[in-house]
Design a binder for this molecule. Structure first.
Ligand code: ATP
Ligand code: MG
Length: 574
């Protein structure tokens, strides 16, 4: 049944079959948490969410919905230097947009006092100490995978001295980086994370929520598990890079004697031709490579939303890719396929000309206008029909005319007849050229017997092209996007190169001078359309009254491009 609070309930996303779900099923069967399922999505508010986060959101919320449980949105905000309220707001908006309603919005920073008390508890138990080594020394002492660590000379301070120093760290007596609080575990542990990891660092920095209340901040590892525990999270689902942190996660929970959630790791989403790292996406924003976090080329949720992707398409994609225990790379084409499928169901079909060329129908009565009935969505009759004006002077795509047609070209060329979608059959009779010899007008004659594109005598026309009546056309702009990066794996660089060198310089082609059918005059931002034969487009917020601006969400499959490519390849071979 549809749940108005969670529109995503009951869609494909709600019942993914995967190993995480199997663990939940097994726990429910064994009664581990009394059948309770409580997950959380825990972003650090240091950037905008991207499509990788959508995978985690769909998984966490999807499980909660399926098992009648709960899912929190928790901000892991322990790093005051990189975090901002703007990011918090965008994350809340994006989670809702994807179709999920958190059962509560929490902040790790709300637990700072509790975490501090737990740190004191560990000091008192002889499990934590204040260390005066510098960051660099701590790293040096830690050792490597092949080399065991060395104990800090401060490791055996008395409990009293540790309590006093930690108190004074909190009081702001020491400069940044001069001391840390570390847990006393095992400098010989095979897992580097267990070699006396840092719990607290000194950072005289204002926090976006706690202001200047604190000048010591807990590390991620000392925060995450305990935050899960406070919220009574049953299944703490995170990405594979945290697998090595799980022993530490469990250690803190065990030593503190608090509620124990189960950490489960799954594979991060990687997509071809894009980067899913907030740090790198931030660099693109800061360097002005893109217009902002919501640039339609960005893999952020705000970017792909502006691009015209629907939450349904993203949820379907996340459900299809599934979750596993090994990292891989997913083809961008799979995401595009999901959105194409969804837009095919819901987009209004319209006719728009991106690169106009005039077509004058010489035998069509001057001044006559006929309203042609056009279908809004062949996939869904409830979208109805609209009327499109047809007249003597039309615009067609430059690509739909060739003065000298290559082999296999069935569109308009001198002598050839094509069907004008919803209009008439038209035969090309000639062209008008400018002084430079470029075709500026195509002329033709129409067959009045073929209104609506019918051929009463059954004669064959191989091609149907779209058009817009010149006198009725609305001016607008269409922004065509290509991949942001020109290589499959933008992280891969040649020697001395930088990931940013992999950017595709042609990722945005803005086509001003588009001619649109008149029904698009009032197109509203967010509106989803299929420009017949060209692709799916959505209305951008840069639109002005009378001048709609469109983003191309994704192309239709262009068979001609494929044929042409194959022909060229064939030519090269012969
Ligand atoms: P980034 O490197 O982009 O900053 P992150 O892992 O540091 O990513 P967080 O804000 O910590 O970002 O992520 C919140 C949640 O989303 C975490 O549970 C994280 O594991 C998950 N997540 C982040 N990126 C991906 C991804 N590419 N695929 C799946 N889950 C992801
Ligand atoms: Mg992170």
């Amino acid at each position: 049944m549809a749940d108005p609070e969670n529109p995503a309930a009951g869609t494909e996303t709600a019942r993914p079959s995967n190993f995480v779900r199997d663990i939940v099923l097994a726990d429910n069967a064994s009664g581990k948490h009394g059948g309770r399922v409580h997950t959380r999505f825990p972003p650090e508010p240091n950037g905008y969410l991207h499509i990788g986060h959508a995978k985690s959101i769909c998984l966490n919320f999807g499980l909660a919905i399926e098992f009648n449980g709960k899912c929190n949105l928790r901000f892991d905000d322990t790093n005051p230097c990189k975090e901002e309220a703007e990011y918090v707001e965008s994350i809340i908006e994006d989670v809702h947009w994807l179709g999920f309603t958190p059962d509560g919005i929490y902040y790790a920073s709300d637990y700072f006092q509790q975490l501090y008390e737990w740190a004191v508890q560990l000091i008192k138990a002889g499990k934590a100490y204040v260390c005066d080594l510098t960051g660099e020394q701590v790293r040096e002492y830690r050792g490597t995978l092949t080399e065991t660590g060395r104990e800090s000379p401060y490791r055996n301070r008395s409990v009293e001295e540790n309590l006093d120093l930690f108190e004074r760290m909190k009081a702001g007596e020491f400069p940044d980086g001069s001391r840390t609080l570390r847990s006393k575990i095992d400098m010989g542990a095979a897992n580097l994370n267990m070699r006396d990891p840092v719990m607290y660092r000194i950072l005289h920095a204002s926090h976006h929520r706690t202001g200047d209340a604190w000048c010591i901040y807990p590390m991620y590892d000392f925060t995450h598990g305990q935050s899960d525990s406070i919220e009574k999270i049953t299944h703490s689902i995170c990405t594979l890079e945290f697998e090595d942190h799980r022993p530490l996660y469990d250690w803190y929970i065990r030593e503190l004697g608090i509620f124990a959630p189960q950490q489960i790791e799954f594979d991060r989403l990687n997509l071809t031709y894009t980067l899913l790292s907030k740090r790198r996406l931030l660099a693109l924003v800061q360097q002005g490579v893109v217009s902002g976090w919501d640039d339609p080329r960005m893999p952020t949720l705000s970017g792909i939303r502006r691009r015209g992707y629907t939450p349904e398409a993203i949820r379907t994609f996340c459900s299809r890719i599934g979750v596993s225990k090994t990292n891989g790379v997913i083809e961008l084409g799979l995401l595009e396929h999901a959105v194409r499928e969804d837009l095919n169901r819901r987009a209004h079909r319209v006719m728009a000309i991106l690169k106009p060329l005039k077509l004058v129908i010489d035998n069509y009565p001057e001044g006559q206008v006929e309203m042609m009935e056009a279908v809004n969505n062949p996939e869904d009759a409830s979208y109805g029909t609209r009327e499109v004006p047809f007249s003597k002077v039309l615009y067609i795509e430059q690509d739909d005319f060739r003065e000298e047609p290559p082999k296999g070209y069935f569109r308009l060329y001198p002598g050839n007849e094509v069907r004008l979608r919803y209009g008439y059959l038209v035969r090309c009779t000639g062209v008008v050229k400018n002084e430079a010899g470029e075709v500026i007008e195509v002329h033709g004659t129409y067959d009045p017997e073929t209104r609506g594109g019918n051929t009463p005598d059954g004669r064959k026309v191989k091609s149907t092209i779209h058009w817009v009546s010149a006198a009725h056309a609305v001016d607008g702009e269409a922004r065509l996007y290509d991949n942001l990066f020109r290589v499959e794996n933008p992280n891969e660089t040649t020697e001395g190169g930088d990931w940013i060198d992999n950017l595709n310089p042609e990722s945005l082609v803005a086509a001003a001078g588009a001619k649109l059918e008149p029904s698009l005059a009032g197109a509203q931002p967010g509106g989803l359309y299929q420009f017949e034969r060209l692709g799916y487009f959505c209305v951008d917020r840069d639109s002005r009254p009378g001048y709609p601006v469109f983003n191309r969400t994704v192309g239709l499959r262009d068979t001609w491009a494929k044929i042409e490519k194959a022909q060229q390849a064939g030519k090269r071979r012969s």
